[in-house]
Ligand binder design. Structure first.
Ligand SMILES: Cc1cc2nc3c(=O)[nH]c(=O)nc-3n(C[C@H](O)[C@H](O)[C@H](O)COP(=O)(O)OP(=O)(O)OC[C@H]3O[C@@H](n4cnc5c(N)ncnc54)[C@H](O)[C@@H]3O)c2cc1C
Length: 478
């Protein structure tokens, strides 16, 4: 079995080790690497800082607020992960699992209703492999993101209108816990609830068995409309009127971004209406937007596998590139568009991001309207994902060349300001955050829900399964 990704021992772990009563091997990354070399399978790779491979496996999509990595392990077998976690435990070393760009095998089960997917498999590999067998499942939309990264925080995707979130497809999970034990868990486990929304906090998932479905519709269509910034009110009023409560076959996204050829000074509105089971998008959805007077309108048809290219999130699209840039996102869930807030946010976004001269000119404001039927058909209390009744995921992504704290602070100020505008316009007292887009300054209540019982249940499970907080790097529960 080709194993997923990389287990990272990070932060100042080795300095801590040298001050405590840990074995001598724990005192340096080199010593620890030697211990691992003797324990892991011959196909596992262990990389120390300074090597090209280390750079390759530890370079992140965003260069903002990156973890300090002392040693990287690319396991080849499930047992390699067990041994890495056990040995790290002996030395008191914190661990960060990651994934993202590493391929691994997807093994189709024989029953045709489930597939077992390796922990490091990309969304694209899952989609392509299943498609070749006449199957599909809910994955994140973006080709370069892993299958499990989104899933452990809920996971939004094109098929969620039918079947729910990515996490809603879990049938069983193989997890390596902080003490190095490997267990298979399913709905009979008390941890099951937490793995669907807060799953990053409990261990390393080496494989997942997930529900898969026969492909029902091979045809998909998209209408891509481009509007100038003066159309903000008209576009989002129409979105509220014609594209709310979306049926399972319709998805509506829009982006605000610079497109110098179209408008050299201000961001444009790129507006996507996507339909499953059609070769053109139903005019009932498209015509109200054509009537607003777009700069252009383009119709395309193809299959499910074209969606990522059409919406600019395929492996070779700009958002998928790891290019040394800082990428910070400020997400907020809302029920519908507040047109006044949209205008206020657009004007501030345009003033700070518009044109070629802003350090943030490569930024995007994302408005994701997925069909919600499948998501809302699942009892909200049955998973740690807390925001099933919210219809729209809005996030500004500020992308820039990192030059230091001043620019980071400027980005944080702008991102929070823009999010505040949308949040205030939402009518929600509390900030509802998609954990997988989180900037990091939100609270656990924002990521996992404000109900006291949710927080208490998560803490209880954390104390049971990861009492020393080994898996605390990514949106920690406390
Ligand atoms: C370009 C782009 C497009 C995106 N599109 C979508 C989308 O369509 N839908 C959506 O829901 N989200 C989307 N996201 C957000 C995405 O869910 C998160 O960025 C996610 O964390 C990425 O997972 P990764 O494995 O690729 O990244 P990584 O940085 O490798 O993983 C993120 C974290 O997930 C945890 N993790 C990953 N793998 C494992 C594992 N096997 N076991 C335990 N923990 C693990 C770790 O805590 C890790 O730090 C997108 C993000 C980007 C940058």
């Amino acid at each position: 079995m080709r194993q997923f990704g990389v287990a990272l021992l990070s932060a100042c772990a080795f300095c801590a080790a040298s001050h405590n009563s840990y074995p001598a091997d724990c005192e340096s990354p080199e010593g620890f690497a030697q211990v691992l070399r003797n324990s892991l399978s011959s196909a596992a790779a262990i990389y120390l800082p300074g090597s090209e491979e280390f750079e390759e496996v530890t370079t992140r999509w965003s260069e903002f607020s990156t973890p300090t990595v002392n040693l990287a392990v690319v396991p080849a077998t499930e047992n390699d992960v067990v041994e890495t976690v056990r040995r790290a435990n002996v030395c008191g070393l914190p661990i960060l699992a990651f994934n993202g760009v590493h391929g691994s095998s997807t093994t189709l089960a024989q029953d045709g209703k489930t597939a077992t997917i390796g922990g490091g498999t990309s969304s694209k590999t899952v989609t392509d492999t299943l498609w070749a067998s006449g199957k599909q499942t809910v994955t994140g939309t973006c080709e370069c993101v892993s299958y499990l990264g989104p899933a452990l925080g809920g996971g939004h995707g094109w098929l969620q209108g039918h079947h729910g979130l990515v996490a809603d497809q879990f049938v069983s999970l193989n997890i390596i816990f902080a003490d190095g034990t490997l267990k298979t868990i399913d709905s009979s486990s008390d941890l099951w609830w937490a793995m669907k929304g807060a799953g990053h906090n409990f261990g390393i998932v080496t494989s997942v068995t997930a529900k898969v479905y026969d492909i029902e519709h091979r045809d998909w269509a998209i209408e891509t409309l481009t509007f100038s910034g003066d159309k903000v009110e008209a576009v989002y009023e129409a979105a509220n009127r014609y594209l709310s409560n979306l049926p399972a076959e319709i998805t509506n996204w829009s982006w605000w971004l610079n497109e110098a050829d179209v408008d050299p000074d201000r961001p444009i509105i790129l507006f996507f209406i996507i339909q499953e089971g059609a070769t053109i998008v139903d005019p009932a959805y498209v015509n109200p937007f054509r009537d607003i007077g777009p700069i252009s309108s383009e119709t395309k048809s193809g299959s499910y596998r074209d969606l990522a290219t059409w919406t600019l999130i395929a492996v070779d699209s700009a958002p998928c590139q790891i290019a040394g840039r800082a990428n910070t996102r400020f997400p907020v869930y809302v029920r519908e568009y507040n047109v006044t807030a949209q205008r206020e946010a657009y004007d501030i976004f345009a003033a700070n991001v518009g044109g070629a001269n802003s350090p943030f000119s490569g930024s995007t404001f994302l408005f994701e309207g997925y069909p919600q039927g499948g998501v809302q058909g699942i009892d909200s209390d049955s998973t740690a994902f807390a925001y099933r009744s919210d219809s729209l995921l809005i996030a500004v992504r500020l992308g820039y060349e990192p030059t230091g704290k001043e620019l980071d602070d400027q980005a944080a100020q702008l991102g929070n300001q823009l999010r505040d505008i949308i949040h205030r316009g939402s009518g929600y007292k509390d900030l509802h955050v998609y954990v997988n887009y989180a900037y990091g300054n939100e609270k656990p209540e924002g990521w996992y829900g404000y109900e006291r019982w949710r927080q208490a249940r998560l803490k209880e499970l954390k104390h049971k399964y990861d009492p020393q907080g080994h898996f605390n790097f990514y949106a920690p529960i406390e």
